[in-house]
Write a protein that binds this ligand. Structure first.
Ligand code: ZN
Length: 225
């Protein structure tokens, strides 16, 4: 067995405590740490160098990023460090849910990350998630599933053409979205995983957990790993 995969799970730490008493970063890191091959560490915007100093990025094989309200507090220096680590050093980058607007993610994408006008948040309605690329490593062991409560995002999603659309969501109230998509950012692999609104316990759902594990392992197998 090779070295473990090091995953840094970043959050801006604004998630309400009702659904995530320990924060989304710690919740996701705790789950990833249950996997034999993964060592995960939670960090966030209040840590030195906003949690992603050179040492942190050197340690990590993959960076998960969750943000929502504080995208604009992420500094240019932070975005520069993350971009270099991904593009040049092959760090994997996994953007979660409202990180579609995260500055490191939009820098890597080169687009706005904007969503279509159709949006709803409350009350939570179901989301049906279908696996569109069953042979992609991120879909390993994942069948079509439904989340009982979700926040809806609508297309068009302003991203470059993804390498793969791994999962697509439909919403019974109307609309669909490319919910799990992959990109290549220079030497690094990137993925966006849409489900994960901070008021619903979506990061506890077994299929979402499987996708997060798979995304970590896949994104960590980039060019320079
Ligand atoms: Zn949300």
């Amino acid at each position: 067995m090779s070295d473990p995969l090091n995953v840094l799970v970043w959050s801006e730490e604004t998630a309400p405590k009702d659904a995530y008493p320990n924060g989304i970063n710690a919740t996701v890191a705790e789950h990833l740490n249950e996997q034999n091959r993964i060592v995960a560490r939670a960090t966030g915007i209040e840590a030195p160098e906003q949690g992603v100093g050179e040492d942190d990025l050197d340690w990590a094989d993959v960076l998960f990023w969750w943000g929502h309200l504080r995208h604009d507090d992420v500094t240019e220096e932070t975005v520069d460090r993350v971009e270099t680590a991904v593009r040049e050093d092959g760090l994997g980058f996994v953007a979660l849910h409202s990180a579609h607007y995260a500055r490191p993610f939009t820098r890597l994408l080169g687009t706005s990350g904007d969503l279509g006008e159709a949006r709803w948040e409350d009350p939570g309605e179901p989301e049906i998630i279908e696996v569109e690329a069953p042979n992609h490593p991120i879909a390993d062991g994942v069948d079509d599933f439904a989340l009982p409560e979700t926040e809806m995002f609508g297309e068009p999603f302003d991203v470059p053409e993804p390498d793969d659309v791994v999962c697509r969501s439909t919403f019974p109230e109307g609309g669909e979205f490319r919910s799990v998509v992959t990109f290549t950012f220079g030497a690094g692999r990137g993925a966006y995983v849409r489900p994960g609104h901070e008021t619903f316990r979506i990061y506890h759902h077994p299929s979402i957990r499987e996708i997060l594990t798979n995304a970590a392992l896949w994104a960590g197998s980039g060019a320079n790993s």
